[in-house]
Ligand binder design. Structure first.
Ligand SMILES: NC(=O)c1ccc[n+]([C@@H]2O[C@H](COP(=O)([O-])OP(=O)(O)OC[C@H]3O[C@@H](n4cnc5c(N)ncnc54)[C@H](O)[C@@H]3O)[C@@H](O)[C@H]2O)c1
Length: 256
């Protein structure tokens, strides 16, 4: 373990990240490790998950991977059990796994696609929280960050089911935060704007141009995954001890 790792804001803590094989989830896994946490990496993408673990190892951090589909309760139960078996506790969780779904005109939107988006983006976050909270209570508390979106704060015209699924993530976050406040478990959401990831590459290809995406953020550029990860680590740390139940835009001013 490097000296940076040993002295970070999350030294000695254990963090779990879903959807950590790519994009924002991978950046958050790396940032948690750089802040001193041991990291449980979860994703349906085995090759990408293994690569995230290798990247953390190269930086001198501790990590392990378990293939996990967040829409399957038995996978999530196994993930939390594996985290406790390997690292002994669970302090921080970033429930990040999500899909954008197919672009389809609103009136033609297929119900099975609506259900698929909700199964992963909304129900997946719910299942994760239900299994993470009892594990956190064993060590006296913890911090959960759910990944919503600015599409969870404003309607996204071309992604109606995605937008609805992310509004639901914000609603669950606010409700569970109040429910768990006296248990020393803080629950917050991040609402990223336009972040340069493989998902954004797919959205740009289908829904709008890269230039239009950039213009949506007053800062005049896309965000980097590491800029969202920095907010996630801060919300997970003791520096945010009074912060719970918020939906924090990380969006270069788009919703300001
Ligand atoms: N990129 C953006 O601009 C942006 C903006 C706002 C919110 N978000 C949200 O951030 C999160 C991460 O997005 P990203 O841009 O890094 O996308 P990404 O596609 O690069 O990464 C998403 C990861 O989630 C994994 N995943 C998908 N379904 C899963 C499942 N059922 N179980 C476990 N893992 C699963 C994928 O394999 C992938 O590794 C998503 O929830 C997304 O909605 C992204």
């Amino acid at each position: 373990m490097s000296s940076t790792t040993a002295s970070g804001s999350l030294a000695g803590r254990v963090a779990l990240v879903t959807g950590a094989a790519s994009g924002i989830g991978r950046a958050a896994a790396l940032a948690y490790a750089a802040a001193g946490a041991s990291v449980m990496v979860a994703d349906v993408d085995v090759a990408g998950g293994d690569e995230t673990v290798a990247l953390i190892g190269e930086d001198g951090g501790q990590a392990a991977f378990l293939r996990t589909d967040v829409s399957q309760e038995r996978d999530v139960a196994a993930l939390v059990a594996e985290t406790l078996a390997r690292f002994g506790r669970l302090d921080c969780a970033f429930n990040n796994a999500g899909i954008e779904g197919r672009k389809t005109a609103y009136l033609d939107f297929p119900l099975d696609e609506f259900d698929r988006i909700f199964a992963i983006n909304t129900r997946g976050v719910w299942i994760c929280m239900q299994h993470e909270i009892p594990a956190m209570l064993r060590s006296g508390g913890g911090a959960i960050v759910n990944n919503a979106s600015i599409a969870g704060l404003r309607g996204a015209a071309d992604l109606p089911a995605y937008s609805a699924s992310k509004h639901a993530v914000v609603g669950m976050t606010r409700s569970v935060a109040k429910n768990q406040a006296r248990n020393n478990i803080r629950v917050n959401a991040v609402c990223p704007g336009i972040i340069d990831t493989p998902m954004m590459d797919r959205i740009v290809a289908e829904v709008f141009t890269r230039e239009a995406a950039t213009v949506m953020q007053p800062i005049g550029r896309m965000g980097a995954p590491a800029e969202v990860a920095a907010a996630v680590v801060w919300l997970s740390s003791d520096a945010a001890s009074l912060v719970t139940g918020i939906a924090m835009p990380v969006d270069g001013g788009a919703t300001g």
